[in-house]
Design a protein. Structure first.
Length: 328
C-alpha cells in the first residue's frame, strides 16, 4: 500500500478530478480573450497582454464563487499554498499559514517565513479556533479540503474556497485577490511576468520527453496535466505524453522505460522527518538505471513545496525556469 505522502497526493488528484467533473460541459477560459483554453494540451501561443484589474469589494471567481468584503482585507489566513503564493506576488504576507512554500528563497526565505504563525492541524485538518485567533478578514483554503470548515467560520470571517485546475485558474485567482486588496498594479505586474515567462518557454519548446513523478517510496505517481497545475504547463514546453488514468491508475517503471524519458523531474513528498530522496529509493529497481534520463544524469529532484503545492504564478514561474533549463 502507498505511504501517507502518496495517498495525500492522490487525494489531491481526486479533488482536481472532482472539480473537472463538476464543471463538465464547460472549459477554462483564457483571462484575456474569454475563449476556451485547454489545460491539458499545448494549445495556442500564450498571450502576454494583461487586462487592467479594477479594485472591488465583491468578486465572482471563475468557479462561480462570490466573495464580498466590506473593505480590502489586511489579515488573510492561508490554508493552501496558492494563497501564500498570491499574497507574496501582491507584496503581502499571510496572518498565518500551514504551508512551507514561504521558506523558499524566491518567496520570503527561511528567516522571514519563520516569523509567520503556523496554523496547527496541518493541511488536512487545520484547527478552526487557531484560525479565528488571528481575527482574519479573509480565510483562503482548498474547496474539497477545507470547505467543511465554512460553517464554523461563518459569521466570524469570510471563507474563500479555491479549486485550481490550470494555470489560467491560478491567474484568475491572482487577479481576483488583487482586486479585493486594491493591489491592482502588483497583480497586473505578476500576471505579466508569468505570461512572459510562459510565452518565452513556448518559443523554445523542447522536443525532449519530460516526466514528473512524485511520492515517498516505490509507490510513485505520475503528475498529469489533467490533475496537476504544474504538469499542465509541460505540453507547452516539451513532449509530455502522460495522461490521467483516474484516481487509482498510474504508470509502471516498465511503461516509463518504454517512453524513453529524456528529463525526469522528481518530487519527494514527506510528512514528518525526511527519510531520503524518492530517486534514491527508486534506484534500487534495476529498471531505473535503464531509463535514458537516469543514464544521462538528467534526473532532477525538485522542491515539492513549489512544484506540487504552490500552483500560483510565482511557483509556476519557478517551475518554468527550472524545467526549461533542464530541457535544453
Amino acid at each position: 500500500m502507498p505511504r501517507t505522502a502518496l495517498r495525500v497526493r492522490r487525494w489531491a488528484a481526486i479533488a482536481v478530478l472532482g472539480g473537472l467533473l463538476a464543471g463538465c460541459g464547460t472549459e477554462n477560459a483564457d483571462p484575456d480573450t474569454g475563449k476556451p483554453a485547454a489545460a491539458a494540451g499545448a494549445g495556442a501561443r500564450t498571450s502576454t497582454e494583461v487586462r487592467p484589474i479594477e479594485a472591488a469589494t465583491r468578486i465572482t471567481d471563475a468557479k462561480g464563487v462570490q466573495v464580498s468584503l466590506p473593505k480590502p482585507p489586511e489579515k488573510v489566513v492561508c490554508l493552501v499554498a496558492l494563497c501564500d503564493d498570491i499574497l507574496v506576488e501582491l507584496g503581502m504576507t499571510p496572518a498565518a499559514t500551514n504551508s512551507q512554500v514561504l521558506a523558499h528563497p524566491e518567496f520570503l526565505g527561511k528567516e522571514k517565513a519563520a516569523e509567520i504563525p503556523v496554523v496547527p492541524g496541518g493541511f488536512l485538518s487545520p484547527e478552526v479556533e487557531a484560525v479565528l485567533a488571528h481575527q482574519p478578514d479573509l480565510v483562503i483554503g482548498l474547496e474539497d479540503t477545507h470547505g467543511k470548515l465554512a460553517p464554523a467560520l461563518k459569521g466570524a470571517t469570510t471563507f474563500w474556497p479555491l479549486q485550481p485546475a490550470s494555470w489560467q485558474d491560478s491567474v484568475g485567482y491572482l487577479r481576483d485577490l488583487a482586486a479585493l486588496t486594491g493591489r491592482t498594479a502588483e497583480g497586473e505586474k505578476a500576471e505579466k511576468t508569468f505570461r512572459t515567462r510562459l510565452a518565452d518557454a513556448e518559443q523554445q519548446k523542447s522536443d525532449k520527453t519530460a516526466l514528473i513523478i512524485y511520492g515517498s517510496d516505490e509507490n510513485f505517481g505520475v503528475a498529469t496535466p489533467e490533475t496537476d497545475v504544474a504538469a499542465g504547463l509541460f505540453p507547452k514546453i516539451s513532449h509530455y505524453p502522460w495522461k490521467s488514468r483516474g484516481v487509482d491508475g498510474s504508470y509502471s517503471l516498465e511503461e516509463i522505460l518504454a517512453r524513453n524519458v529524456d528529463v525526469l523531474f522528481v518530487e519527494t513528498l514527506s510528512f514528518g522527518a525526511p527519510d531520503g530522496k524518492l530517486s534514491d529509493k527508486l534506484a534500487k529497481n534495476p529498471l531505473w538505471s535503464r531509463i535514458p534520463a537516469v543514464k544521462n544524469g538528467k534526473v532532477i529532484e525538485v522542491d515539492s513545496e513549489v512544484w506540487a503545492k504552490g500552483r500560483g504564478t510565482r511557483s509556476l514561474g519557478l517551475v518554468l525556469d527550472e524545467a526549461t533549463a533542464a530541457l535544453r
